[in-house]
Ligand binder design. Structure first.
Ligand code: BTN
Length: 285
């Protein structure tokens, strides 16, 4: 039986957790991947808390959930607006073998988010490489996977997930409002966050088993089934260059494969990418 802990932080303030923690704890007590869950009231970023936990105690299998983040972040220092009690903001600490690609973990998390949204709300989503989940043309969720390293060795992987669940457009800033959506906006009704969280962990648990078995094929296959822009022309902007080519697929480590106009194949790693967008949708990052 996992050693589940409920810890509330910042207790100088009145604690208000609208998330039904009992429901979540009960439903997730048999998830292989989880050792404990920390429910936080308000924090800077669950990824930051996860980093501290890794440094202090290891923390493999710890899930950190916050009602609110004051400095939620995404890839390439983008901010993740985390309105109180509206969305899901959480980070899972994983101790995975060094052979497992971080990019593949991000794809696996994307598949788990998409499946959780589908089973809890019957909404279909599209996955945009490397880490985005879309409803139609708008982003509903994002994944920030970070490695915690000691020397050259990755000691833990932090899988940070943000899902806009009951967020209203007014919760976003004016820029984000142009490209973001939420499950509530898409459905027209409020959605219980607990069900999506539980469903995500259950789906990711299955993916995690595959990752440990070294079986990337199922993850890649499922990700590609839900991938946006297959066969379409993409523009990938890296620190050094910009490549335009057709989206061919992803390899077993989760890198994007595109074919340029001279028929050269390029393997693209998320860590190098500033922007990846369909050439006909220049305003989408
Ligand atoms: C992205 O779209 O670039 C990734 C967004 C990831 C947001 C989540 S919310 C929980 C966790 N804590 C963070 O600060 N970021 C991730």
């Amino acid at each position: 039986m996992p050693d589940f802990t409920v810890r509330l932080v910042e207790s100088k303030m009145p604690i208000y957790l609208s998330l039904d923690t009992d429901f979540v704890l009960k439903k997730l007590q048999h998830a292989d991947i989880l050792k404990r869950i920390l429910f936080l009231d308000k924090t800077t970023s669950t990824n930051d808390i996860a980093k501290t936990i890794v440094e202090e105690e290891g923390g493999h299998g710890t899930l950190i959930i916050a009602e609110e983040q004051t400095a939620g972040r995404g890839r390439k220092s983008n901010k993740w607006i985390s309105a109180r009690g509206k969305g899901l903001y959480f980070t899972l600490i994983l101790g995975v073998p060094v052979t497992v690609s971080i990019q593949l973990i991000t794809l696996a998390a994307g598949v788990a988010v998409a499946k959780a949204i589908c089973s809890s709300c019957s909404l279909s989503t599209g996955l945009k490489w490397p880490n985005d989940v879309y409803i139609g043309e708008r982003k509903v969720a994002g994944i920030l996977t970070e490695a915690v390293t000691k020397g050259h060795e990755t000691v833990k992987v932090l899988v940070g997930v943000g899902i806009n669940v009951n967020n209203d457009l007014t919760d976003f800033d004016t820029e984000t409002r142009l490209t973001a959506t939420s499950l509530k906006i898409a459905l027209g009704i409020e959605v219980p966050r607990e069900e999506i969280l539980v469903s995500f962990v259950e789906k990711f648990d299955e993916m995690h088993r595959k990752l440990l078995e070294g079986d990337s094929s199922q993850i890649v296959k499922e990700w590609l089934q839900m991938a946006l822009y297959k066969g379409e022309e993409l523009e990938v902007q890296t620190e050094k260059t910009s490549i335009v080519g057709k989206f061919v697929g992803v390899n077993e480590a989760g890198a994007l494969i595109i074919r340029d106009h001279e028929q050269n194949l390029h393997e693209i790693w998320a860590v190098d990418v500033i922007k990846c967008r369909k050439t006909s949708l220049k305003d989408h990052s």
